[in-house]
Design a binder for this molecule. Structure first.
Ligand code: PLP
Length: 388
């Protein structure tokens, strides 16, 4: 049976060049980068090379502004908690959006229990916040804005440069969860007035369990993990050198080829959407029609459960998801689609197709062939389907 992987917002296949770049760190270059001897110095050299590769991809002013972490979730926790606590003397108000990843939402909820006040901005029908509303929400005690660059479920891109401008006018720290946008759309921390940005390697053909937090020089932030003096004293713990070397390589590839490849991915994504639209009635695209990641199409199939669609697709070798990887498995409607005002009856029937450089026209045509009979069959069994 053909296997088609369309769940690349959950994780990507590791690029063969990334695998190749990591192997020496398991076999020969095994020193601890904090050690002063030659083995350690060799590891340190590669650690710093990777730091430069990450910095270059996001246009950080200096590689020192990159702190390696265990991934996007840790970077979000680090950015939000360590800056909220550092700035507690100035204020305790944080602004975020209702469509953030749970790594951000649950961190904000945790802070609410420890004396912080959090404003959750709503979004429009496409999943974008209103910069005017953001501006009006800022008060004298606001210290942090945390708003994602692009949404993992719908791919909708947030008005990041406007948010950055407002944050700098008001003197508020701006953190963005850029896990989904880095490598897929141009992302520039300097141009967009970003102070803190979360990154994750496994969304851009790198290994799992490694990521980074960009911390603009001069941003007030507490030490995240206590221990040794690793990562400029900001995040203690021996660095995951093989993973970091792979992450660096993935960033280098994204920098040199990523955006070019994304144009091809977008064509395939649009071919898929068009094919579904032509062959299946009563569907709707969730997310912004243009301001959207080039690899993502979130489609609702009216009157159906997304779970039953993805299970049927799985039987045909096609991997997709409903909502984010951590919320799939529960039948709760997606908080993202709910915030966009999509009725639960339609939100429940959503399927996220997220593509990668490894997908081909044949993959897409296979999905367009297999999906319509699945939808037909499920609708025939649906007690709520009113008919064509
Ligand atoms: N933020 C966003 C927007 C994501 O999509 C994800 C992963 O799905 C994360 C954070 C968490 O990243 P990680 O899996 O590296 O912890």
């Amino acid at each position: 049976m053909r296997k088609v992987y369309l769940d690349s917002n959950a994780t990507t296949q590791v690029h063969p060049e990334v695998v190749k770049a990591m192997i020496p760190f398991y076999e020969e270059i095994y020193g601890n980068p904090s050690s002063v001897h030659g083995f350690g110095r060799e590891a340190k050299k590669h650690l710093e090379k990777a730091r430069g590769q990450v910095a270059e991809l996001i246009n950080a002013a200096s590689p020192d502004e990159i702190i390696f972490t265990s991934g996007g979730t840790e970077s979000d926790n680090f950015a939000i908690k360590a800056s909220a606590y550092a700035l507690k003397g100035k204020g305790t108000h944080i602004i975020t959006s209702s469509v953030e990843h749970h790594a951000v939402l649950n961190t904000c909820k945790y802070l609410e229990k420890t004396g912080f006040r959090v404003t959750y901005l709503g979004v429009d029908e496409y999943g974008r916040i209103d910069p005017g509303e953001l501006k009006n929400s800022i008060s004298g005690d606001t210290t942090l804005i945390t708003i994602m660059s692009a949404n993992n479920e719908t791919g909708t891109i947030m008005p990041i440069s406007e948010i950055g401008k407002i944050a700098s006018e008001k003197g508020v720290v701006f953190h963005t969860d850029s896990v989904q946008s880095v490598g897929k759309v141009p992302f520039d921390v300097q141009k967009n007035g970003i102070h803190l940005a979360s990154l994750s390697a496994h969304k851009i053909y790198g290994p799992k369990g490694v990521g980074a937090l960009y911390i603009r020089k001069g941003t007030e932030i507490l030490q995240w993990q206590q221990g040794g003096h690793h990562e400029q004293g900001k995040r203690a713990g021996t660095e995951n050198v093989p993973g970091i070397a792979g992450f660096g390589k993935a960033c280098e590839l994204a920098n040199s080829q990523g955006l070019k490849e994304c144009a091809g991915i977008k064509k395939l994504r649009d071919r898929l959407h068009k094919g579904i639209e032509t062959n299946v009635k009563q569907i709707r695209l969730n997310g912004h029609p243009e301001e959207r990641l080039p690899n993502t199409a979130n489609i609702s199939f009216d009157y159906l459960e997304g779970e039953s669609i993805i299970l049927s697709l799985d039987l045909e070798g096609i991997a997709t998801s409903t909502g984010s990887a951590c919320t799939s498995g529960s039948l709760e409607p997606s908080h993202v689609l709910e915030s966009m005002g999509i009725e639960p009856l339609f939100a429940q029937g959503s399927v996220r197709f997220s593509l990668s450089i490894y997908n081909t026209e044949e993959d897409i045509d296979y999905v367009i062939e297999k999906l319509p009979p699945i939808i037909d069959r499920l609708r025939k069994m649906s007690p709520v389907y009113p008919g064509d």
